[in-house]
Structures are given as structure tokens and as C-alpha cells.
Design a protein around this ligand. Structure first.
Ligand code: COI
Length: 361
């Protein structure tokens, strides 16, 4: 199907007043927003228009039964001035897996890529070239049909908003292994990027913060011994030189950066193990004086070293060094997305700024 994306330019811009040296994530969207509506079995009314609030019926199903799914992805300013979106195909795959799990209509590739190109094409000046800065992209699909009763909605909205981002976490983090609350259960929807995986995490996170931690380190819901992921990121450990990360299951988010780091590590010939890792194994490693590095990997979190892991009241301290393996792999990943190193995996989607804007108008 051919999707035409209407373009309505904003009559004013907030860009000149924006301080790229003081980015507060999530508060300042770019000037435009992509939106489309799913009705009568197809996506329609695809538009990039001024970012603005919109009306929603109190009866809208997303407000009641949680049919909402989102993505988190990034666009980067490259060395040569072009803009690349990092692995939109992989993000779309995950979006569609999440949508399928939540009984929501899939987003076709042509619409997804066209929407991103058009939105970033018109807001391209918001993609900063300052080190560590990028443009965060938040695709969101939610049930907009106004009809109470627990059922699949007949109408959905698909939005993409964009906003500058620098660091999500401020340096390294302290985490607490969570052995009471459960993030996701087997057979559930833990792998899906839907709001229902984030709301219930707030209370355990608040409790961990009250104890001085930044995040919880989730464990499996059955035994609370195997590590799954942390807050907003996948986790990895380097124990005596071997990179270890929990395997993808239906309780773990299939991180796009997780996959990228594993790919780069394997290409370098490093020992990589995707396998279950119990917190007791970590404890043993620390007790036996093995070298232990721990870090989180995510779109927003990028590479976030973990400097403390608390297990049932006892704290362990992974090494945090500028030359750590995680930092090294993450630097290479960043070099690929900004064009400093060749894109040998074909991860960068280059936005055709002028061409797309012209087509859309
Ligand atoms: C992301 O890394 O894109 C995330 O989804 C984290 C977000 C919930 C802030």
C-alpha cells in the first residue's frame, strides 16, 4: 500500500530558545509530530504537523485497559553532517511483536520509515552534533476507540514524537537485586514494550531509591534468583573477560543496543555467553576475586556502568574504568552510528532530508 504523508509546517519554532547544553529529557519535543489513525482496518490520515495537544475521549480504551505500545529509538548527527536513524528495521520488528502481543494492528514498514523520514526531515535542525547528544524518537500506538468494555479496539492512533537527549543516567548507577517484586512472568508480556511493563516498576524503584539506589536489578518471577534486566536497560557482565548477558525470553526486552553490542563483541572474537546468570554466581565471582564489570545497555541509557550491586543487604562493587570492555564496545557502537567507523552491518538508515520533505509537501 502506498502511504501519503501530509505535511503541515508549524508556523513557529521553539528551536532558537532550546539549550542543547542543558537537555532535560522528555520535556521538550521538536516542533512537529507524526500522527496516523487506524480505522476500518487500515492506517490512514498520516500527517506530520505541529506538535500540539489533542483531545481524547474519557472512554478511549487505552486509558482503561492498557492497550498501548511504544518504541524508543535514536537519530544521530553524523561526522559528514547527514542524519542516521539507528536500526529502524529492528525497532519496527520489535514494535510489531509488541503490537501483536497486545492484540493491536501492526505498523507497515513503508509507513514507519516514511513517517520517520518526514518527521526528522522537517525537524532536522534539532539533531545536535554535540558529543553524546542525539534525537530520541518515541513511536507510540494506543487504542483510541471510545467504547468501554474489555475488547480489542477498532480504532488506534500511531504517533511519533522526537526530542533531544543527552545522558539518561548521570554517570554510573547503583542497583539493588530485586527479590520481592516481579517485573514479568513466563507467558506474560514482559518482552513487549508496552506501558504495563513500566507502571508496576515504579513502586519497587521508588523503594530502591529510598535506600539510596538508582535502579532495581530484576530477577525472574519464579525463583527470584536469575538476573533479567534493570530499570530501562538490558544488563551485561564481564567476568574474567567473558561477556555474559541473560538470554532473550518472553520476560526480557529484546534490546536493539544489546544486540549491537553482542554483535560487535562476537566480531572481535571475544567470549560471549547468552545464558541464565544467577545473582549467586555474581556473588561467587566477587568472593573469588574475579574481575567483574557490570553495565546496562539501552537506547536511552546507552552504556551505563553499574558501580554497586546490592544482594539482600550486601553490596558488591564491579570495576568501573574508562577502558573497560563495555565502554570500549559502546564507543565502537557510537562510532558506527556517527560515521566515524564504517557501518559494516548496515545499521544506519540515512535520512534523505530535502527529498523527503519535498515529496511530503
Ligand atoms: C529506551 O531506552 O528507549 C527506553 O525505552 C527507556 C525509556 C522507557 C525511557
Amino acid at each position: 500500500m502506498n502511504y501519503t504523508i501530509q505535511l503541515q509546517r508549524s508556523s513557529s519554532s521553539r528551536l532558537a530558545a532550546y539549550d542543547f547544553n542543558n537537555i532535560l529529557f522528555g520535556q521538550n519535543p521538536t516542533d512537529h509530530l507524526f500522527s496516523a489513525t487506524y480505522r476500518d482496518g487500515r492506517w490512514q490520515d498520516a500527517t506530520v504537523g505541529p506538535f500540539q495537544e489533542f483531545l481524547i475521549s474519557p472512554l478511549a480504551l487505552c486509558l482503561h485497559y492498557g492497550q498501548n505500545v511504544f518504541e524508543g529509538m535514536k537519530a544521530f548527527r553524523m561526522e559528514n553532517g547527514q542524519i542516521s536513524i539507528f536500526r529502524p528495521d529492528k525497532h519496527l520488528q520489535r514494535l510489531n511483536r509488541s503490537l501483536e502481543r497486545m492484540c493491536m494492528p501492526e505498523v507497515p514498514q513503508e509507513l514507519f520509515i516514511g513517517a520517520l523520514d518526514t518527521l526528522i526531515g522537517i525537524d532536522e535542525a534539532w539533531v545536535s552534533d554535540l558529543p553524546g547528544n542525539s534525537l530520541y524518537l518515541r513511536p507510540l500506538v494506543f487504542a483510541s476507540e471510545a467504547r468501554l468494555g474489555v475488547h480489542e479496539a477498532a480504532e488506534y492512533k500511531f504517533l511519533i514524537m522526537a526530542m533531544p537527549i543527552a545522558n539518561y543516567y548521570n554517570g554510573s548507577v547503583r542497583v539493588k537485586v530485586e527479590t520481592r517484586y516481579t517485573r514479568a512472568a513466563e507467558g506474560g508480556a514482559g518482552f513487549a514494550k508496552h506501558g504495563g511493563n513500566y507502571g508496576p516498576a515504579l513502586l519497587p524503584t521508588r523503594l530502591a531509591k529510598q535506600e539510596g539506589f538508582d535502579q532495581v536489578l530484576w530477577t525472574d518471577g519464579k525463583t527470584h534468583t536469575f538476573i533479567e534486566e534493570s530499570g530501562t536497560m538490558n544488563v551485561m557482565f564481564v567476568i574474567d573477560g567473558t561477556l555474559i548477558t541473560p538470554p532473550l525470553t518472553d520476560t526480557i526486552l529484546d534490546g536493539v543496543n544489546r544486540d549491537a553490542i553482542l554483535t560487535i563483541a562476537r566480531e572481535r572474537g571475544l567470549p560471549v555467553e547468552e545464558r541464565a546468570i544467577a545473582y549467586t554466581e555474581l556473588e561467587e565471582a566477587f568472593k573469588n576475586n574475579k574481575s567483574v564489570e557490570a553495565f546496562g545497555i539501552g537506547t536511552a541509557a546507552v552504556f551505563t556502568p553499574i558501580r554497586e550491586i546490592a544482594v539482600l543487604g550486601t553490596s558488591y562493587y564491579p570495576s568501573v574504568q574508562e577502558k573497560s570492555l563495555g565502554a570500549e564496545l559502546s564507543r565502537e557502537l557510537n562510532n558506527i552510528r556517527t560515521g566515524k567507523q564504517s557501518d559494516r552491518y548496515g545499521w544506519n538508515h540515512i535520512v534523505q532530508v530535502t527529498k523527503k520533505a519535498e515529496i511530503a509537501e
